[in-house]
Design a protein around this ligand. Structure first.
Ligand code: GUN
Length: 283
């Protein structure tokens, strides 16, 4: 019996409808939620992500402002743009699409964003708040993964969770959210020996490595929930995740597809964070 699907498209539609309603209500009270997205250079993947984010804003009654800057921009010019957005009362969320060109220090850029507008949740103040159990903005991808688990009423408390990938964007904040929900956590990284020995123990397996189909059926505990954060483009142009879906679906209890799993949830939680930022501003 194949695994049940963690359908990110379906759940996103439900949550985005609620966000659109809440945004319309807040707008009627005088604060229309506003998100600024800064896109630097012409990275094709970033172009697609940003296009999807802007379109999702429109559908959720959120004002979006796309700021396109050349790949050659200096760090100080970029910081000037961010400072202007920090003080702009119509903008409640600021997102700088990563990765950035080599001449720009990503850390410095993220730290220049007002933490109250940091809807990615990447600023050290927000990362620290998450770590101490009092998050302001949760990073969108792990937040979306938690919503997928919530949607199936998964009993996280006491479960064993294994996260493959230790990035600041996904792996580390995912671990914090699952830990707070009462799971026992293992984080595997690129140096981990015998990853399968860890992943086979997982009741909840979250994979964010960028390595196409690296998780095979023999690495998964029967009945596990498998959440695939990867989005990889194969030579034939098709998208695939970091999990070998066609094999793993016969072992897992639940599995998120690529596309249509975590991807739409990431955008949905960006809308949610922008709405929350506008709510804070309005109060
Ligand atoms: N690049 C890949 N994922 C993300 C994300 O969640 N936020 C930003 N700002 N850039 C990204």
């Amino acid at each position: 019996m194949p695994a049940k699907l963690l359908d990110g498209n379906l759940l996103s539609r439900q949550i985005r409808t609620e966000i659109a309603t809440a945004s319309a209500i807040l707008s009627a009270k005088g604060t229309k939620p506003g998100l600024a997205v800064i896109l630097i250079g012409e990275n094709p993947a970033s172009e697609i992500y940003v296009r999807n984010k802007v379109k999702a804003c429109e559908e959720a009654n959120i004002r979006s402002r796309l700021i396109r800057l050349p790949a050659t921009i200096s760090e100080s010019d970029l910081l000037d743009h961010i400072h202007a957005l920090n003080t702009n009362p119509d903008i409640h969320g600021i997102l700088v699409q990563l990765p950035l060109p080599a001449q720009i220090d990503s850390f410095k850029v993220i730290e220049s964003i007002d933490p109250m507008k940091d809807v990615d949740g990447f600023h050290v103040a927000n990362a620290g708040a998450l770590m101490t159990g009092k998050p302001l903005f949760k990073p969108c991808t792990p937040y979306g993964c938690m919503k997928l688990l919530e949607s199936i009423d998964y009993p996280i408390r006491g479960a064993r969770a294994v996260i493959v990938g230790a990035s600041n964007i996904v792996g580390k904040p995912m671990a914090m959210l699952l830990l707070q929900a009462g799971a026992t956590i293992t984080i595997c990284n690129s140096k981990t020996k015998d990853i399968g020995a860890h992943t086979r123990e997982a009741d909840i397996l979250v994979v964010a490595t960028g390595i196409p189909k690296m998780i095979t059926a023999n690495m998964v505990k029967p009945g596990a929930v498998v959440i695939d954060v990867g989005i990889n483009r194969l030579a034939d142009g098709k998208l695939c995740g970091d999990v070998d879906f066609d094999e793993v679906k016969y072992v897992a209890g639940w599995i998120s597809p690529v596309p249509g799993g975590v991807g739409p949830m990431t955008i949905t939680m960006l809308l949610q964070n922008t709405l929350e930022a506008a709510n804070h501003f309005h109060q």
